[in-house]
Design a protein around this ligand. Structure first.
Ligand SMILES: NC(=O)c1ccc[n+]([C@@H]2O[C@H](COP(=O)([O-])OP(=O)(O)OC[C@H]3O[C@@H](n4cnc5c(N)ncnc54)[C@H](O)[C@@H]3O)[C@@H](O)[C@H]2O)c1
Length: 350
């Protein structure tokens, strides 16, 4: 199998690439990534020299480049994670999200469709990795299921919803063997420190304020990133063409409670008196269009494909804190911007 993974230098993508490279030594894994601010090849330093791994720098928005890449490599499958992924950035610059998340996805679908048309049997799967944010927001009760109507509220979720619709349309229209999964919020190692949990870990470490939107009442369903990567592996290998799976941890927390737990874990890890870190919490003006609650029903995935999350939240969060404290160099290189110059084990001047 020649598997093209897009966005493999990002947070979730790097975990998926690592899992596939290590677990499937007879498959060739190609990581296509533009290396935007969110892409960091140091996330993959442990597997970059494996014989079944190849990195390709490129932009999914460039249709000519994508078509040539498919003609050259004749991939058997695609796992598509490349995206602009930060809601705040989508509010500041929606068009960047349309280019990568919508047009980039359609470019990949077109190239896969052409290959599938030429050689039906050789193209096995187009796996589109999406988010629960396409479903909009919940009140106090209820869960998102695979049949919940789409109701995106941010430019990010609108662009992901649009890409999901295109993937389904290519299955319905061209019979392209596509699957989609919609996952809840991830946390874990290699998370770029602009997102809530790694941002707060970094700020606690440096005794800086912990900015919490509004009153911190927004609820998210948190899943450890390696559990997401395992779910992607299971769905990639076992799901029926045209199917959709929700992935989530049945693990709902308000933002303020997540940060309070993080503060307690880090009080202990940093030998600070209990309650020290909580004093850093600072409430800031709420994000525009901020969805109140996301919660995923992943029963279908658990029953049909026998996946379940492996970690309790406190365990996963402790593991994540330990990773950030033990990987100071990674964190410093990301916060200083040096990570952009990482190349095969070294930070080179360009
Ligand atoms: N982070 C979450 O909690 C979460 C939850 C559910 C679904 N998702 C989805 O999972 C996927 C990965 O999310 P993430 O958090 O790892 O994102 P990320 O921002 O950490 O990584 C995205 C990667 O895509 C690359 N990329 C961006 N634009 C590109 C382009 N035009 N061409 C090629 N590569 C490009 C970036 O360089 C980066 O390496 C996204 O599709 C996202 O919508 C994320």
């Amino acid at each position: 199998m020649k598997v093209l993974i897009t966005g493999g230098a990002g947070f979730i993508g790097s975990h998926v690439v690592r899992l596939f490279v290590n677990k499937y030594p007879n498959s060739q894994i190609y990581n296509l990534d533009k290396l935007t601010y969110a892409g960091n090849l140091a996330n993959l330093s442990d597997i970059e020299n494996k014989p079944n791994y190849t990195f390709i720098k490129g932009d999914i928005v460039d249709a000519g480049f994508i078509n040539k890449l498919f003609e050259e490599h004749k991939f058997n499958a695609v796992i598509h994670l490349a995206a602009e992924s930060h809601v705040d950035r989508s509010i500041a610059d929606p068009l960047a999200f349309v280019f990568t998340n919508v047009i980039g996805t359609v470019n990949l679908l077109n190239a896969a469709k052409e290959q599938f048309k030429k050689d039906n049997a050789s193209f096995k799967r187009f796996y589109h990795v999406s988010t629960d944010e396409v479903y909009g927001t919940l009140g106090d009760m209820g869960l998102f299921t695979e049949t919940t109507a789409y109701d995106p509220h941010s430019p990010y979720s609108a662009s992901k919803a649009s890409s999901d619709h295109f993937v389904r349309a290519y299955f319905d229209t061209y019979k392209l063997p596509a699957v989609i999964s919609n996952c809840s919020n991830n946390y874990g190692p290699y998370h770029f420190p602009e997102k809530l949990i790694p941002l707060c870990i970094n700020n606690i470490k440096n005794n800086k304020p912990l900015p919490i939107y509004g009153k911190g009442e927004n609820v998210r369903d948190w899943l450890f990133v390696e559990d997401h990567a395992r779910a992607i592996d299971v769905i990639f290998h076992k799901a029926q063409d045209g199917s959709t799976y929700n992935i989530g941890g049945h693990n709902e927390w308000t933002n303020i409670d997540v940060i309070r737990l993080l503060c307690r874990i880090m009080d202990k890890k940093l030998n600070r008196a209990e309650g020290t870190n909580e004093k850093l919490i600072t409430f800031v003006k709420d994000r525009a269009g901020h969805d109140l609650r996301y919660a995923i029903d992943s029963t279908k995935l658990q029953n049909e494909l026998e996946w379940k999350p492996s970690l309790q939240f406190e365990e996963g969060l402790t593991k994540t804190v330990e990773w950030y404290l033990n990987n100071e160099e990674w964190l410093n290189n990301v916060t200083s911007g040096a990570y952009a110059n990482y190349y095969e084990g070294q930070y080179v001047k360009r």
